[in-house]
Design a protein around this ligand. Sequence first.
Ligand code: TXE
Length: 483
Amino acid sequence: MRPEKYIKNYINGAFVPAESGEYFDNYNPATGQVYSHIPDSDERDVAKAVEAAKKAFPGWAKMATDKRFRILMRVADIIEQNLEAFARAESIDSGKPMAMSSTVDIPRSQSNFRFFATAIMHFSSESHHIAGEAINFTLRQPLGVVGCISPWNLPLYLFSWKIAPALATGNCVVAKPSELTPMTAFMLGQACAEAGLPPGVLNIVQGLGPKAGQAIVDHDDVKAISFTGGTATGRRILQTTSQTFKKASLELGGKNPNLIFADCDFDQMMVDTIRSSFSNNGQICLCGSRLYIQRPIYDKFKEEFVKRVQFLKVGDPFSSVTDLGALVSKAHMEKVMGYIALAEVEGGTVLCGGKPVDVPGEYEQGYFLRPTVIEGLNNECRTNQEEIFGPVVTIQPFDTEEEAIALANGVKYGLASTVWTQDISRANRVAEQLQAGIVWVNCWMLRDLRTPFGGVKESGMGREGGLEALRFFTEPKNVCIKY
Ligand code: TXE
């Protein structure tokens, strides 16, 4: 698998330029330099991709399950054999440390293919017997051509999280990665071709969201959209899909709370809170960005947390000692800096960070920011209400359990929450009342791919993961036979 300077679309098993013949620039965020070019696709490329997918669908849907299983397992094996190349490409494209792309992003992308390849071998449907009269059974059939649209923060990880279950269930796919991180999706096309995936089963259209992405959502023959990205984009996609009754699964933004009670295991909590705040530069929809600490340990927490955050190393994504690489783009860096300035206007105190980092040499034009901790803000201010999606957290004290729950639930989002306590009854009481799709108790980002994954309120609609994904990508049809 190899990156190329001029990235191509992958349509009907071939690597082709966009119909427009145009490309736009792809930046390496650690150097601030253009290093490759992305096809500027539009509705013509999407139409070709959908045609190829429609043609491939009958053969793929009817293929024996164990044959589909073998092909998807081969895709996983090829990603694994090329881990180094994929991880390097992911880090160049996104700015994240190679230490992360090689241990999290790419291994998880392989797992996604393996998990759903094996899951389909065990997937079964239900039957309902009317005693002495009839039997109902449920067919679970693939939808046809489906669209998968993913963001830039965990590029191949989230792209494959959608594509693998869609393919495993017998659908053909038209997929678009983020225009900020196109390279590993391009390389996935190479892996699929090598694995023997029949032409047209997976088509990867590169390009801009409002142009290529919207064309996938708009296309009449695309039966479902699985989307991860910003809430505003999700709202827009839903407006379109609601007109045509397309199925939609939307995994959107978050503004996740960490509730840290005085009785927690302080040392473990500290290690995991650093991770949940600053992994991938805070650019994970599951990162906790509002830290609520019970008053008896607030000062101790603040001192230790700030001390450790100041030790985090920001810089060269390819150095083994780097904790935080570059932010994904100049525009995103400016957005995050804008929120830090806003926090100060809103009365917050920056306890550490808040400034860009100068990394000398080839990285001096890169988008590096110090991890930032802010205190002194109320829950209603924009800094505590809006998703920043960067290496920025706020800390606030609380007194009672009820107050902590009210603070945690006091935003329009509801994706993930983290609770730190040694009191099992409290953990259960709090988990029950948190408005979130995922609650972690005494851990963070411990993922079991069988569990439902998604958010409530403006964090999304529908669930991914395990059986939920297999159900989303199939249409249940009840057959009733009287005897
Ligand atoms: O997301 P977009 P962006 C949040 C985070 C971030 C914000 C914006 O707050 O700052 O979203 O990020 C495609 N029709 N998250 O700008 O624009 C687009 O090309 C169809 C949360 O990257 O939503 C890309 O492939 N597709 C998050 C994908 O949608 C469209 C992860 C996501 O882009 C489209 C990333 C359209 N009209 C950002 N417009 C999470 N929850 O994990 C854009 N796209």
